[in-house]
Design a protein around this ligand. Structure first.
Ligand code: 8DG
Length: 140
């Protein structure tokens, strides 16, 4: 089973950071997705997501939280997605796009028209609900 661990950074306005995959990516070229990547053979998903975030955004995660895991398949390959999220409180200009053709911060309702895999869209929706709930708890 191929395991993939990904991170969703979000800010105080509930904007989330997504990656626009390159047009020559072997899987999901040109799709919008999470930053992250495949787990090495003996690597835990949390270790993967920390490593991949450093590689792809030059950022060391401080408090990633597990959101969900879900199966998906791509080109007949059975895979498992592990999604983590972290509230990013730092300077956005300190992040660097080291992989992917583009990136963006998207508020609620701003991702509907993006080209995304259905399983990623579902995972994003689940994370958004947690982020919104957290904001409500914070405000009250
Ligand atoms: N990075 C990433 N990959 C995803 C997401 N959703 C999803 O199904 N995948 C799939 C695409 C690939 O089949 C697999 C791994 O993605 P990848 O190409 O980014 O990662 P990789 O391990 O090959 O290499 P890399 O990021 O270190 O270059 O996971 C997602 O949101 N982000």
């Amino acid at each position: 089973m191929h395991r993939v661990a990904v991170i969703l950074l979000y800010d105080r306005q509930q904007k989330v950071l997504l990656q626009h995959r390159t047009d020559d990516a072997p899987f999901f070229p040109g799709y919008w997705a999470f930053f992250g990547g495949g787990c090495e053979e003996h690597e835990s998903p949390i270790a993967t997501v920390i490593r991949e975030t450093e590689e792809e955004l030059c950022y060391r995660l401080t408090a990633p939280r597990f959101v969900l895991e879900q199966p998906f398949s791509v080109q007949g390959l059975q895979c498992r997605l592990y999604l983590f999220m972290e509230h990013y409180r730092g300077d956005k200009n300190a992040l660097q796009l080291c992989e992917g053709q583009n990136w963006g911060w998207f508020g609620p309702g701003e991702t509907e028209d993006l080209l995304m895999a259905e399983h990623d869209r579902r995972a994003l929706q689940a994370a958004r609900e947690l982020i919104a709930q957290e904001q409500l708890d914070y405000d009250h």
